[in-house]
Design a protein around this ligand. Structure first.
Ligand code: FAD
Ligand code: UDP
Length: 380
């Protein structure tokens, strides 16, 4: 489906990065504004970090980590439904700590099991948490956030070791929002997230994004770095950049730190190895979590594949690191980016371009907003 790009051709818009943001924007410009779009990615596939593909066993894997699609936005789901059917998101996670397997995020069952209290109800659990939690009104970091919600014992059992492994940074030095991503529940809801829509594309993310960009106005050029086209092909109306913001500016203000991961995919000769898609290991092993994505994809297969995730400082940029000093550096880059938008109609959008720990639904919403803004600027 990749078409050959005519290097002499002019495009209305060039989009650097065929991840969720790039694909959605390409589709909108092509279908809504009838613009000619050049969509490039340095990788050999669309879908960015949501990319899923077949492992040699024939089982689908999530190549860059498990992607549990969720949203509260009905209009977004309706939009995406043009490009995919859905299956229910079966996002259940457990935490292996103190030699036991616990429901995670912490819920009534976790509390009962952890404090060895049979049939704990919501009211008693509330009282228990009141006793356990530390009274910190405005948590300033992830450690304070967790201590203020569940107290020291559960902080040490479930959060401290995992966070140290994941970031190689103490939770004291990470923004409250990092551990704040994980809810604590006084019911028996075992789902990983709270969102109204928890859905997985029936044939995978890659198929959904591929379908999104199959439009006669879109030329897709893979294995192409933005650097290779930026001075050669002209974008007459706009450029969308979804790569790391510091790289766009040749890291002239210094490098923004990113957290990376290494994935080890291991085939197992059993239909299922785990009771659920993800098991977290706060206090054992070098890996943070094991993922058996088959629980989510719903594939029927005699074998299974487990992915072991090892956090790393070097490698593909996966996570911006939510610390104050990084945010300050990002804001300096943002000033340059705003100037670039004003001078050259280059728009910066997405997780890498905005150095923000966004989920997929959030970047898709942002991409739609950015598209609408550009549309309005062009008098539509
Ligand atoms: P990306 O997906 O990163 O896409 C950017 C694309 O730009 C990439 O394909 C890259 O190759 C390309 N690119 C970069 N620089 C250049 C360049 N110079 N030239 C050409 N191309 C370039 N979200 C969820 O909603 N649920 C989850 O469960 C979830 N789990 C996650 C687990 C992990 C391990 C990670 C890392 C992320 C997870 N996310 C999850 C977040 C999700 O991956 C992102 O929100 C989403 O992929 C961001 O889309 P994007 O288009 O901004 O960036
Ligand atoms: N976290 C933790 N224990 C866990 C799971 C998560 O302490 O068992 C913390 C950790 O700091 C992690 C953050 O909560 O980086 C967000 O977790 P999430 O599962 O949302 O991370 P992601 O899927 O984005 O890697």
């Amino acid at each position: 489906m990749t078409r050959k790009t005519d290097m002499n051709q002019e495009y209305d818009v060039i989009i650097a990065g065929a991840g969720p943001v790039g694909c959605l924007m390409a589709e909108r410009f092509a279908a809504d504004l009838n613009w000619k779009v050049l969509l490039i990615d340095k990788r050999n596939h669309v879908a960015g970090n949501c990319f899923d593909t077949d492992h040699e066993s024939g089982l689908m894997i999530h190549r860059y980590g498990p992607h549990y699609f969720r949203s509260n936005n009905k209009a977004l789901i309706e939009y995406l439904s043009q490009f995919t059917d859905w299956i229910p998101g079966n996002y259940i996670v457990k935490s292996s700590t103190n030699g036991e397997l616990y429901p995670f995020p912490i819920n009534l069952l976790t509390l009962g099991q952890f404090f060895k209290i049979a049939d704990l109800d919501a009211e008693s659990a509330q009282k228990l948490l009141e006793e356990k939690r530390e009274k910190i009104d405005q948590p300033a970091n992830s450690e304070e956030f967790v201590l203020s919600r569940v107290g020291k014992e559960m902080y040490e059992a479930f959060y401290l070791g995992y966070t140290l492994k994941q970031w190689s940074i103490h939770p004291k030095d990470l923004a409250p929002s990092v551990c704040g991503r994980i809810p604590v529940r006084l019911n028996k809801d075992e789902r990983y997230v709270d969102h109204e829509y928890q859905l997985t594309p029936a044939k995978g993310f890659t198929a959904m994004f591929q379908k999104m960009v199959e439009h006669p106005n879109i030329d897709l050029q893979l294995e192409t770095d933005y650097d290779a086209v930026k001075n050669k092909i002209k974008a007459t109306k706009a450029t969308i950049y979804t790569g790391p913001i510091d790289e766009y500016f040749d890291c002239q203000l210094g490098k923004l730190p990113w957290r990376s991961l290494e994935f080890d995919f291991v085939e197992k000769n059993v239909a299922f190895e785990q009771p659920c898609v993800q098991i977290n290991y706060p206090n054992d092993h070098d890996y943070t979590r094991t993922v058996e994505i088959k629980h989510v994809t719903g594939q029927v297969h005699p074998k299974t594949v487990i992915s072991y995730e090892y956090p790393k400082a070097e490698g593909d940029p996966y996570y911006p690191i939510p610390m104050e000093k990084n945010q300050q550096l990002y804001l300096q880059y943002k000033k340059l980016a705003d100037q670039e938008t004003a001078d050259h109609n280059v728009y910066f959008c997405g997780r890498l371009a905005e150095y923000k720990y966004y989920n997929t639904d959030e970047v898709l919403e942002l991409a739609l907003k950015t598209f609408e803004k550009i549309k309005t600027q062009h008098g539509h």
